[in-house]
Design a binder for this molecule. Structure first.
Ligand code: SF4
Length: 347
């Protein structure tokens, strides 16, 4: 229990005050865990507070519209998390009488909840002995125990899961899990951890063998795909036109009519896609933005925004939206950032 006792006593001295730390309400724990997946606390905290303010209970979240949920989530990325959370809130209200299930396997069956979140909810809220395993935990375990097996292989996954379960203090599973997560976020950080002040340094294999920069090991390199987006900001007096994405990472968000591909102006105007969108409308090209780069985990998007004036636009595929109401629509961060920059330039 040396490992667990050490990180718990470190946690008791170093833990940050965070709103989801003082509750065993599974709705609040769930919300915080979903928001914090792939997101730093400083970025996720305002979103958590906004969600709790707007949807204080699971019933409030379940009865919200998809647009309201996506709008509050806007800018946080990984939008499937918001869609799944909304689905699951409705599911719990309908099938569990608004009460979060209190059993690990039942929690794991809920849409959008994986092993990590199920372990966090079941240990924090119901004191069940399930160890959390995420990037932070893997980093600490691989360094402390000197494990040189890539964590993204099936063998690696099994080894880290078993080790996390073995080291779990089953009588204190909530605080053990909180401690290891906080230890990974503050002490055993990915780059240049300050090992000289670390409570585990005496027995840490990576520290004692100079392997900190090497561990944890990963087998695969992520390949990043390049994509070229041309957004047509079609303007008819005070209105523009939007479509709702029904697939991909930005599913359920709204965007301007999109043509994908690396086009010159001449080629874009002659393309079939352009004809299909404009459908013989009279138009003039106003302004074309410089290329804007937007980095996602597996994709780099190079976007251009084409401002197009029309006197009438009949394509029913797109929803006419008055600029005054534009703010009500959830949109990708790429578009939001572009419009805010344009506002700064034009104001
Ligand atoms: S000594 Fe360094 S590498 Fe080892 S657990 Fe502590 S912070 Fe991490």
């Amino acid at each position: 229990m040396y490992f667990s006792n050490s990180i718990i006593s470190w946690y008791n001295k170093n833990a940050r005050e965070l709103p989801w730390r003082n509750t065993v309400n599974p709705y609040k724990i769930w919300l915080s865990e979903i928001i914090l997946q792939q997101t730093r606390v400083s970025q996720g905290l305002p979103y958590y507070l906004k969600f709790i303010e707007n949807f204080p209970t699971i019933n409030h979240l379940a009865s919200a519209s998809e647009n309201q949920v996506m709008k509050l989530w806007q800018g946080l990325g990984y939008y499937s998390r918001a869609r799944n959370m909304h689905f699951t809130a409705k599911y719990i209200v309908q099938y569990y009488n608004s009460q979060f299930p209190e059993n690990y396997n039942e929690i794991l069956k809920l849409k959008g909840i994986g092993e990590y979140t199920a372990a966090a909810i079941s240990s924090f809220c119901f004191d069940l002995p399930h160890a959390v395993v995420d990037g932070n935990v893997i980093r600490i375990l691989s360094r402390y125990f000197g494990i040189e097996i890539p964590y993204d292989t099936s063998e690696g996954k099994k080894i880290f899961k078993n080790l996390a379960e073995r080291e779990l203090n089953v009588d204190l599973s909530a605080i053990h899990n909180q401690s290891i997560m906080e230890f990974g976020a503050l002490q055993c950080v990915p780059k240049s951890p300050n090992c000289s002040v670390c409570t585990l340094s005496e027995n840490c294999m990576a520290f004692n063998s100079n392997l900190i920069d090497l561990l944890p090991l990963k087998s695969k390199k992520i390949s990043v795909k390049k994509r070229y987006f041309n957004y047509l900001i079609i303007e008819n007096e005070d209105s523009t036109f939007l479509q709702k994405r029904n697939s991909g990472i930005w599913k359920s968000l709204y965007e301007f009519p999109l043509i994908e591909g690396d086009f010159t102006e001449e080629k874009l105007l002659k393309s079939d896609e352009f004809d299909e969108i404009l459908q013989n409308s009279d138009f003039t090209i106003g302004f074309v933005s410089k290329q804007v780069t937007h980095q996602l985990t597996h994709q780099t998007i190079f976007a251009k925004f084409w401002h197009i004036k029309v006197s009438s636009f009949q394509n029913k595929k797109y929803k006419e939206v008055n600029w005054d109401c534009f703010i009500d629509f959830p949109i990708p961060r790429l578009i939001d950032k572009y419009l805010k920059n344009i506002e700064k330039v034009t104001n």
